[in-house]
Design a protein around this ligand. Sequence first.
Ligand code: AMO
Length: 432
Amino acid sequence: LKNRVNISNLNNMVYERDVVLSGWIINIKNIGDISFIILRDETGEVQITLKKEILGSLEFIKELSNGSFIVVYGKYIKGISKKYKEVLCNELYLINEPAAPLPIDENSHFDKRMDYRWIDLRDPQKSFVIRLISEFIKYSREYLYKNNFIEIFSPKIISSATESGSEVFELKYFDKKAYLAQSPQFYKQMAICAGFEKVFEIAPAFRAEPSFTSRHLTEFTSFDIEVGYISSHYDLMALEEELIVYSLNRIKENYEDKIKNLYNVDIEIPKKFEKIKMEDVYEIIGKNNIKDNGDISSEGEKILGKYIKDNYKNDFVYIIDWPWTARPFYHMKGEPMRDGRTTTKSFDLLYKGLEITTGSQREHRYSILVNQIKEKGMNPDNFKSYLEFFKYGSPTMGGFGFGISRFIKQLLNIENVKEVVLVPRDPNRLEP
Ligand code: AMO
């Protein structure tokens, strides 16, 4: 099969050329002495025309069904179909036929589609998302490597919660208790204490959140960055903005038409991201969308997203200077709000009204860090090994965690984040 080409290669080919194609059957139409097969591969669809006068008999077509994987030797011809390019078949080989009829089609219920995720992904619109994630990660790495970042790989079996203690998966680690990492937070900071200046990691993160929203997974790919010697969280926002704009431009260069065709989305890349202080956000979104700890509801995020779109024509907005009560102990405190409330040097990035990033400057001063743990009502003994990182000297530092699937979901206006991972995990879903 070394002469095999992809279906999309036909776009650049002259008629009458011999081709070898392979893929799976999505439709068969049999009308006597002539049959039509619609063949699909990862790159597109083509009509295979089978004629009795060429093949001798078309009896074998009865053996084929939707989902059969085949190889076709034929000639690319100028057909009459408006929808499909056409290949006239000379030989057809069956690689493998389904042992049972296909259990889903494009109208099947969401959960059923997820049960048969690999068949769901045979739909070109759905599989494109998986390719786009791969491309986005490629472009992001390109940017980061150019800018002298190193990629790190931190442990995923760890001894303490890094984010909220209530959302950890506990596991037995020989005779000890361990947890699946909620984020690489402690280790990306450790890397900075070790003298590295710019690090990043793209790896699984685990959250035991019993939520079934369209934006939560129990396992997701977290894109984490940590940088040393920063002046404030503003340095981090500038970096993230540059990274996203770079990657979006690369996506636009290569996939603008495909995204328009498959998702009817125009990629809009702002000149700069908006910034708004949390105390000003409160005034826009109204009391009902502010939680007791000063965090905002997902409805509040949507309202702010719309406000920024309407007033600034921008899909991106940083909410900055979050109240201390809504942030973890490792965030550095900042200037107080107008009402005297303590803030942190922190930010979230919203994209089309959904949080895709959390970041901050970190508290790197050992004794203040110990006090901040106590202030949160926690016991510093439980963070002993993390605290050790700061005992022996540290530069200033900060970073952020970026949710790749949430970003792609928002880019393509996809309803549910589960459509944006190869195999999603939620509280009920451990299979496939
Ligand atoms: P946070 O918990 O906000 O911050 O996570 C960072 C980003 O990861 C994504 N994300 C999720 N995506 C899908 N399903 C989930 N359950 C889920 N939880 C989070 C979001 C979110 O903005 N250590 C900090 C980051 C830092 O300060 O560097 C952290 O983990 O897009």
